[in-house]
Each structure stands twice: as structure tokens, then as C-alpha cells.
Design a protein around this ligand. Structure first.
Ligand SMILES: *Cc1c(COP(=O)(O)O)cnc(C)c1O
Length: 362
């Protein structure tokens, strides 16, 4: 049996007519950026999250970068960020000229904690970027208190956490602003690149919108050095067609995640602590013998990925931070033992049974 890591088939087949209609609508409108489709999706996504503003941008990296730019964070400033994240979280900080200050995660959740983060706060710290990794939500009440006590901006990288919840609130609604990605493989994915900034702050929203549009609020009147980053009309129309189905897709991910958490019983594998608000963007298992496990599964037709094999401080691009092996032991241990197993809406019960049986027999 072949089990792909992920599969769009069932998701896209169920809404194929809506996606085709979305394409026709944009084609017929002859309006391809900054139009009605973008506005409609921004309103729908803001309402889905329970926030006041959503600004569609080109991708998740731009979303994070624009938040930092709009907050005035730049050269000489430090921003706390997990050592175990996709490089975009750290890159956004570097792009505005600030320094990413890495925080080792809690091995039980793979998320950073307020306690560990506090140790890294200096007089130069301006913000904390919490990454809601794998679709899980960090201790946001704790982070809100920490940010308030030290006068820091609390930013969420919610690129993996569309619809994830904690205490009845959605990921992306806890800080001053959050960045989302609609990269095709994300839980809410476009048919290409896309991203969004969400915030409750009216002034920040206006600033992000201007900065994403060459720093102009009135055409050809540039108040600031902005960038060019939009959510294309076509992608916005596709996302609007998909958004109403996200709750059902999330339900399905949760059902599959619950099966894995209950039925993976091998003593050779470690799972993260259960999080009721998890949207299971990625389902990680941790194994001392990870590479052998990956080969073993591959031999049985089960395709897996590693998120992420190299922590930020050991990336060549971040040599300049001056870190060494051993500096972030939890991040290093997660990177050395993590394996992401198949989990996607439309995955058949037979496929789930097959993956569980293979894992337990390893
Ligand atoms: C996907 C992702 C991003 C970047 O999003 P893009 O749309 O690919 O630029 C940022 N942070 C995290 C944690 C991600 O998973």
C-alpha cells in the first residue's frame, strides 16, 4: 500500500466546481490584484478568527516581515523566536535588520515557554515572535503577561495554525498581530503562494496595508519605503472557496490525530503532549533511530517528512549568530529525532490502520 505524506485530491475534488467558478469570476472581472476578491477574503478570514483586520499579502514570510516593519523594529533591536522553527520566522527578523534571539523549546510540546523566553530578554529586546508550531498553541496567557511586564510586542507566527484554539480564542488573536501563510500545503492553502497579517490594532493595520503597497495610501504618494506584496485576486478567490470547508477539514485532522495519539503505542516512539486546540498541521513522532524509522516506513510505501532537520542556530545562513552544537539542546534533540507522518483530510481508515500498524511493529 502507498500512503503519500499529503494529498490534495479529496479536498480539491469536493470543491472543484467552486474553484473553477472562482477562476472564471476573476478572469471575467479582468482585475487581478487589490480588488473585490482580496477584500472579501480578508473580511471572511478576519471574522473566522475573531479579529478586526486582515491584510492579504504575498506569502507568510512577507506577513511577518511587514508586521515587524510596521512596528518600527529594525537595526539594533532583538526579537525572541524559537530555535526550532521554519527559517522564515527568523528571516523576517533578519530582513528588517533586527537580530533573532533564539529560545530553546519545551520538549514536551515543541513550543517555547514564557519562562525560558524571559531568560533571553535584554534592554534591546523589542518583541517576542511565538511560533504556533505543528498547529499547536503556546501558553499565550503567559506570553501576554511577559510581553506586558517587559513592554514587548507579542507577535504570532500562525503559519501552521489556521483555526487552532486556546481558551476559546483562535491562534492569531493573542498578540498585537499575527502572520499567516497560505502556502499550498498549509491547513488553509492557496493554489500558489499567499499570506495575511491579522490584527485588532487599527493603526497597525493601516501601516501594514500601506507598507505592503509600496508605502503608499494614495497612489504615487509614498510616505515610507514599502514593499510590493499582495494576495492575488485569483488566490483570494480560491481561498474564499476553501475557507467554509476549513472547520470540517480541521475536524477530520483532529479525528486522525486522536487515532494516532491513542493507537501509536510503541515504546520506541515518543509523541508530544496532547493539546485540545491542536489543528494537526503536522503530526510528529520522535524516535532515537529516526533515519532507520524513515527508511523502514518508506520501504512499506509510507512517505514521511522531517520538520525540521536543522535548527536555526546550526543553519549555515545563521553562522553569524555565533552559536554552536549544544547551545539549544531541546531544539537539537527534536531536530535529530522528529519524523512527520501522513495526516490529511481524505486519508482513508485503511491508510491510517496501515501507518499505525507499521509504526507499532518497528
Ligand atoms: C510556512 C511557514 C512560514 C512561511 O510562509 P510562506 O508562505 O512559505 O512564506 C513561516 N513560518 C512558519 C512556521 C511556516 O510554517
Amino acid at each position: 500500500m502507498q500512503v503519500p505524506y499529503s494529498d490534495f485530491h479529496v479536498m480539491h475534488d469536493s470543491i472543484r466546481d467552486d474553484l473553477n467558478a472562482a477562476y472564471e469570476k476573476v478572469m471575467d472581472s479582468e482585475w487581478f490584484i487589490q480588488g473585490k476578491q482580496d477584500t472579501a477574503f480578508e473580511e471572511a478570514f478576519a471574522s473566522f478568527l475573531g479579529v478586526r483586520h486582515c491584510i492579504g499579502v504575498g506569502n507568510g514570510l512577507d506577513a511577518l516581515r511587514l508586521i515587524l516593519l510596521a512596528l518600527g523594529i529594525g537595526r539594533g533591536d532583538e526579537v525572541l523566536v524559537p530555535a526550532n522553527t521554519f527559517i522564515a520566522s527568523a528571516l523576517a527578523i533578519s530582513y528588517v535588520g533586527a537580530t533573532p534571539v533564539l529560545v530553546d523549546p519545551d520538549p514536551e510540546t515543541a513550543l517555547i515557554t514564557p519562562e525560558e523566553s524571559e531568560k533571553h530578554i535584554t534592554s534591546k529586546t523589542k518583541a517576542i515572535m511565538v511560533v504556533q508550531l505543528y498547529g499547536r498553541v503556546a501558553d499565550m496567557e503567559g506570553f501576554q503577561a511577559l510581553a506586558q511586564a517587559h513592554h514587548l510586542a507579542l507577535i504570532e507566527d500562525a503559519a501552521q495554525a489556521h483555526g487552532a484554539e486556546r481558551s476559546g480564542r483562535k491562534a492569531g488573536s493573542f498578540g498585537i498581530a499575527a502572520g499567516f501563510s497560505f502556502y499550498p500545503g498549509k491547513n488553509l492553502g492557496a493554489l500558489g503562494d499567499g499570506g495575511a497579517v491579522v490584527t485588532d490594532d487599527d493603526v497597525l493595520a493601516q501601516r501594514v496595508r500601506a507598507l505592503s503597497n509600496y508605502g503608499a495610501t494614495v497612489k504615487y504618494h509614498h510616505d515610507e519605503l514599502g514593499v510590493n506584496s499582495h494576495l492575488d485576486e485569483l488566490q483570494a478567490a480560491f481561498l474564499s472557496a476553501k475557507l467554509p470547508h476549513l472547520p470540517a477539514w480541521t475536524e477530520e485532522r483532529r479525528r486522525l490525530g486522536a487515532r494516532y495519539e491513542k493507537e501509536i503505542t510503541s515504546g520506541k516512539l515518543r509523541l508530544l503532549r496532547h493539546d485540545p486546540g491542536n489543528v494537526y498541521h503536522i503530526f510528529p513522532v520522535f524516535c532515537e533511530d529516526r533515519d532507520a524509522l524513515q527508511r523502514y516506513l518508506e520501504d512499506q510505501g509510507i512517505h514521511t517528512l522531517i520538520h525540521y532537520p536543522i535548527p536555526i542556530h546550526l543553519q549555515k545562513a545563521y553562522q553569524s549568530l555565533g552559536h554552536r552544537i549544544g547551545d539549544f539542546p531541546a531544539a537539537e534533540s527534536l531536530a535529530a529525532s522528529e519524523l512527520s507522518i501522513p495526516l490529511y483530510p481524505g486519508m482513508t481508515e485503511e491508510a491510517v490502520d496501515y501507518v499505525i500498524a507499521a509504526l507499532n511493529a518497528f
